[in-house]
Design a protein around this ligand. Structure first.
Ligand code: PLP
Length: 358
């Protein structure tokens, strides 16, 4: 297998893939695959309950939050959040830190009044903007942040001070570090990075935010539909929910998110050190705001970047091309990536630098 630095869908732990393979035709001794189970069967209900129970345990989710497994990706949440939470005569506050928050804002604008609380667009999103200026909290239905910016490589290390519920698009950060769930009104994430395969979206929502949507809201877009039916209003993404359960068992076997965070910090430090010590590559991201999961770096010369990508691929280090809006390279270091793979990347960067300097 190659070393896969993809931003998502991304590398999964080999142990998890092997276990899924071994259970593919007969899952949990049911005499059939999880893919063949009725979502109304006891066998699947057990899988759903197990996944929910593990997520609650691993993330320390308080009792007054509901866990939902939905479809439509994090992108559908860009609409569901304002459709369910934006109250009449209120505004939805957005902190704009990159392409994904811009997309979230675009959808909210279709629903109602919005306000940009802070943006780092003027700094090419190379940092998290100052958001200490929330002055009109009373009129805000919520404040939306993108906790980790997959494309730009930044991450929030502190939260806005506001009475309004904070909504976190945590697609590329979930399970990568410990957070206090009760600091948020809603946390949502597409699964295809740290959680499991593409096709499931996890939504963790505080009880009191459910049930305020307009009667005209289509049933499938209403959080209440899914909380009342425990994610079984319609056929849920059954295989994905099962895979998230396996991923969570794997995280538990490592020692939980605390241990995973420690490893992630070590991996990220190793790569940032290699970048900062390099005389060829640099990081476009302000030090304090650097992501633990997505690490963009560049040489400043497109031809050199291309040559490096080619060199890396020859060493089985793949999916390192940066997003087209940022350019250069981007290494995504999600939970499944062992530190040895990051060491191989750092070594390749040093070797490449030596080769082109000689
Ligand atoms: N938000 C963030 C931070 C992301 O990284 C992504 C995808 O990479 C999305 C939203 C969109 O997710 P989806 O493709 O599941 O709609």
């Amino acid at each position: 297998r190659v070393v896969n630095f993809s931003a998502g869908p991304s590398a999964m732990p080999l142990e998890v893939l092997m276990r899924a393979q071994s259970e593919l035709v007969d899952t949990n001794h049911a005499g059939m695959s999880v893919m063949e189970m009725s979502h109304r069967s006891k066998a699947f209900e057990d899988i759903l309950e197990n996944t929910k129970h593990l997520l609650k345990k691993v993330m320390n989710i308080p009792e007054n939050y509901k866990i939902l497994f939905l479809q439509g990706g994090a992108s559908l949440q860009f609409s569901m959040i304002p459709l369910n939470l934006l109250q009449k005569d209120h505004e939805a506050g957005y902190i704009i830190t990159g392409s994904w928050s811009q997309k979230a804002l675009k959808e909210a604008k279709k629903v109602g009044q919005t306000t940009v609380i802070a943006t780092s667009e003027g700094d090419q999103f190379g940092q998290i903007p100052d958001f200490s200026n929330i002055t009109h909290s009373n009129n805000l239905s919520y404040v939306h942040i993108t906790g980790n910016n997959t494309i730009e490589g930044t991450r929030f290390t502190k939260l806005p001070k506001t009475d309004a519920p904070i909504i976190n698009d945590w697609s590329s950060g979930i399970l990568s570090e410990e957070i206090n769930v009760s600091d948020y009104g809603v946390i949502y994430a597409g699964a295809q990075k740290n959680l499991g395969p593409a096709g499931v979206t996890v939504v963790i929502i505080r009880d009191d935010l459910i049930g305020h949507a307009s009667d005209t809201l289509p049933t499938m877009l209403n959080y209440e539909t899914h909380t009342k039916a425990d994610s079984l209003y319609h056929t849920p993404p059954t295989f994905g929910i099962y895979m998230i359960g396996l991923m969570l068992e794997w995280i538990e076997s490592l020692g939980g998110v605390k241990e995973v965070e420690k490893r992630n910090r070590e991996k990220a430090s190793l790569l940032y050190e290699a970048i900062d010590q390099s005389s060829l590559f640099y990081s476009p991201v302000k030090k304090e705001d650097r992501s633990l999961m997505n690490v963009p770096f560049k040489s400043g010369n497109e031809e050199t970047d291309r040559a490096f990508l080619h060199y890396a691929a020859s060493k089985q280090l793949v999916e390192l091309k940066g997003h087209r809006s940022v350019g250069g390279m981007r290494a995504s270091l999600y939970n499944a990536m062992p530190i040895e793979h990051v060491e191989r990347l750092c070594e390749a960067m040093r070797e490449f630098e030596r080769t082109i300097k000689n």
